[in-house]
Design a protein around this ligand. Structure first.
Ligand code: XIL
Length: 302
C-alpha cells in the first residue's frame, strides 16, 4: 500500500490525524487528509468549551463539519473528549457537587446522543492523573467535588448513552512503565474486575528529546492489552527532524503492530505548521505538505 491509511488497514489498524475544522477549506490540507488517513479526531471541536459553552446550550457546528467530512469518505472518528479539566468553560468550575454531577452526566448524554452511531471510540475521561511519582489523581472540579468515583460514573453514563462506542481513558506520560501509568493500570484492572465499562486506553505519545519514546513502550502497551482492553496511540507527535525523528516514529508504529490489541494510531496534526507545538516540527508533513523522512519511516514500518 502506498498511503498510511491503506497500509494500516492492511494490518487491521486505522491511521488517523487530528483535524481542525478551520482548515477544511484549504485544498492541500484536505487533499492530504483524504489521501493518507482513514480516521480523524477533532483537535478541539469536541471539547466541553466548544460544545457546551454555557449550561444546557449545545453547539455542534464545527464538530459536525469534521464528522460529516469523515463519514462522507469512510473515515472513522475518535471522539475527544467528554470529561477533562482543561478547555472547560468557567460555568462548570463554579458548580457545587450535585449540580456538577448532573452537568457532567448531561454533557455526556447530550453529546453522545448527538453522535450516536458515528463515533468509533470516545475519550470519556482525559488526563485525570498527576505527573510525577505519586500516582495520585489530578486536582480538577470533577476530582475535587465528586471524588475518585467521577471516572467510573462518567464511563457508566457513557456506556448507556452510546452502547456501541468504544469507551477509552486517555492520558500522557503514561507511555512507558512509570508511577503514573501504574496508577492508570491499577484503575483499569479495578474497572475490569468490577465490571465498570471500559474498552480502551489511549496513549497520547507526545515525545521530544527530553521525553523520547520509552524503551518499554511496547511492553507497556502489552500489559494494558493483557487486562482485556484495546490500546490506541491517540495524539502522536515527536519533536525533532530527519533520521532521529524518523526512527522514533518507526519505533512507535512497530510497537503498535507488535500488540494485537493496538487497534490504531492517530498523529496530532497533518503539516508541521499547524502543530500545537508551535515551535517545533513534530509531524509527518512539512509546511508544504511534502512527506518527511518520518512519513517514510511510518509507511515502511506499517
Ligand atoms: C491541544 C490542541 O492541539 C491545541 O490546539 C489546543 O490549544 C490545546 O489542546 N492533550 C490533549 C489534547 O488531550 O486535547 C491537546 O490538544 C494536547 C494535549
Amino acid at each position: 500500500a502506498d498511503t498510511l491509511g491503506a497500509a494500516a488497514a492492511g494490518k487491521g489498524r486505522y491511521f488517523g490525524a487530528a483535524v481542525a475544522a478551520n482548515h477544511l477549506g484549504e485544498a492541500q490540507y484536505v487533499n492530504t487528509l483524504n489521501t493518507e488517513f482513514n480516521s480523524v479526531t477533532p483537535e478541539n471541536e469536541m471539547k466541553w468549551d466548544a460544545l457546551e459553552p454555557s449550561r444546557g446550550s449545545f453547539g455542534f457546528g464545527n464538530a459536525d463539519r469534521i464528522v460529516n467530512h469523515a463519514q462522507g469518505r469512510g473515515m472513522s472518528v475518535r471522539g475527544h473528549t467528554l470529561v477533562w479539566h482543561s478547555q472547560l468553560p468557567g460555568w462548570v468550575s463554579g458548580l457545587g457537587a450535585s449540580d456538577l454531577r448532573s452537568a457532567m452526566n448531561n454533557h455526556i448524554n447530550q453529546v453522545m446522543a448527538h453522535y450516536r452511531g458515528k463515533i468509533h471510540s470516545w475519550d470519556v475521561v482525559n488526563e485525570a492523573f498527576q505527573d510525577g511519582n505519586s500516582g495520585a489523581r489530578r486536582s480538577s472540579p470533577f476530582q475535587d467535588r465528586l471524588g475518585n468515583g467521577f471516572i467510573e460514573e462518567a464511563f457508566r453514563t457513557a456506556r448507556a448513552a452510546d452502547p456501541n462506542a468504544k469507551l477509552c481513558y486517555n492520558d500522557y506520560n503514561t507511555d512507558g512503565v512509570n508511577a503514573k501509568s501504574n496508577a492508570v493500570y491499577a484503575m483499569v484492572r479495578d474497572f475490569k474486575s468490577r465490571g465498570v465499562p471500559i474498552d480502551c486506553v489511549g496513549f497520547q505519545s507526545h515525545f521530544n528529546s527530553a521525553s523520547p519514546v520509552p524503551s518499554d513502550y511496547r511492553a507497556n502497551l502489552q500489559r494494558f492489552a493483557d487486562l482485556g482492553v484495546d490500546v490506541q496511540i491517540t495524539e502522536l507527535d515527536i519533536e525533532g527532524s530527519g533520521a532521529a525523528q524518523a526512527t522514533g516514529y518507526g519505533t512507535v508504529v512497530t510497537a503498535c503492530l507488535a500488540v494485537s490489541r493496538c487497534t490504531g494510531i492517530t498523529v496530532w496534526g497533518i503539516p508541521d505548521k499547524y502543530s500545537w507545538r508551535s515551535g517545533g516540527t513534530p509531524l509527518l508533513f512539512d509546511d508544504n505538505y511534502t512527506k518527511k523522512p518520518a512519513y517514510h519511516a511510518v509507511l515502511s514500518a506499517l
